[in-house]
Every structure is written in C-alpha cells, then in structure tokens.
Design a protein around this ligand. Structure first.
Ligand code: UDP
Ligand code: MG
Length: 194
C-alpha cells in the first residue's frame, strides 16, 4: 500500500552536516520526496508535535525510560526524582521540545509502498548503542539510552520518523500545508512496485 510518512532531521543532524547523507538513504531505497523544507520551529509548534495531551504516548515513553534504566541497572528516581511513567513522560516532552527548537530541522514527507515501516527500519533503534550498523542511528550515533537523562535532556538521535499510520497522518497535517506537497513520478517507480 502506498502511504506517506514524516521524517524530521533533528537539530543535531543539521548541525553535524549530515542532512545529505541521511536523505540519500531514503532516496536510495526508492522512497519519493513528496515535500521537504528547513524550518526553525518555536516551542508552541514543538509542543504540538510532542503533545503532553496524548496521555497514552506520554506514558509509554515514560515506561520505556523506566525499562531502559532497569536494563542498565540504574535508578531513574535518582536522576529524575520520580518513578511515575506519566510524570517521567511529561519531563521528557519538555526536553524534547527544548531539543527540537534548539536549531533548524529539515522536515520531509516521504511516499512509497509500506513507507512507514521501511523508514523505521532505515532509521533504526531509538538509542545509538542498540541501533545496528547500516541504520542511520547505528551508523552515526552511539549514546546509551539513559545517558541523556543524566544531563536532563532528550536523547540526540538525529531523526524522528512517524511510528505508525496514526502518527503519520497527524504529523503530515501538522508539518505540511496541502500546497507544499507535490505529486510526480519517480523514474524508478514501476520497478519498485514489484
Ligand atoms: N527518548 C529518549 N529516551 C527514552 C525514550 C525516548 O531520549 O528513553 C527521546 C528520543 O529523542 C526519541 C524521542 O524521545 O527519539 C521519542 O521517543 P520514541 O519512543 O517515540 O522513539 P523513536 O520513535 O524516536 O524511536
Ligand atoms: Mg516515536
């Protein structure tokens, strides 16, 4: 099924000067760039991308942080003063907003067969130490999952990619106006339809 998904090259990716290398991985696999722009967003906009009102998601990133800490045998309560998943998630949202507004980002709308999953595979695991070589995060980052929390900030992992079709639709509407999205054929389109 042809679908669209949103990729953001976060401020660390832009500042490291690897925008081209990141985009080429998506182009190489046959995904079509339907829209793309560089934009330096403000905190209100970033809070829409990471909404604390999406309770389930906020709780899930908090739970994830707790699991990561456990795995490394560390005490999250010591670093964050709380063990409550939703409270942890809220703190993380604040850090994510700070991170996403710390410089310009490159927002890209990619289109193709099964693009949401394909992009997630190309991007790799959230944490650098878990992401396998060959993925963007595996090739360009190495930080452990808990490391950023020790300095009270979000993990710098170069890219955001929509996690599922719900996120993809929400993010497409948030980041792109209808007249910024282009419809055209790639030369290799028929080849990739299989
Ligand atoms: N994040 C983090 N530590 C965690 C979980 C998430 O720093 O334990 C940050 C990281 O920047 C990540 C973002 O929060 O990209 C959103 O988390 P999510 O679980 O959605 O990971 P992703 O979909 O980006 O792999
Ligand atoms: Mg995600």
């Amino acid at each position: 099924m042809t679908e669209r998904t949103v990729v953001l090259i976060k401020p660390d990716g832009v500042k490291r000067g690897i925008v081209g290398q990141i985009i080429s991985r998506f182009e190489n696999v046959g995904l079509k760039i339907a829209a793309m722009k560089m934009i330096w967003i403000d905190k209100d906009f970033a809070a829409k991308h990471y909404p604390v009102s999406r309770k389930q998601w906020v709780e899930s990133i908090g739970k994830r942080a707790l699991e990561t800490y456990k795995e490394y045998g560390r005490d999250l309560g010591e670093d964050l003063d709380t063990m409550e998943p939703y409270e942890i998630g809220k703190k993380m949202c604040k850090w994510l907003v700070e991170f996403l507004t710390s410089g310009p980002v490159v927002a890209i709308l990619l289109e193709g067969e099964n693009s949401i999953n394909t992009v997630r595979k190309i991007v790799g695991h959230t944490f650098g130490d878990k992401a396998v070589p060959g993925t963007i995060r595996g090739d360009f980052t190495k930080a452990r999952g808990y490391a950023s929390f020790m300095s009270k900030r979000a993990g710098h992992n170069l890219v955001h990619a929509s996690g599922n079709s719900e996120e993809a639709e929400f993010e497409e509407e948030l980041w792109f106006k209808k007249n910024e999205i282009y419809s055209y054929k790639r030369l290799d389109e028929e080849m990739y339809l299989g």
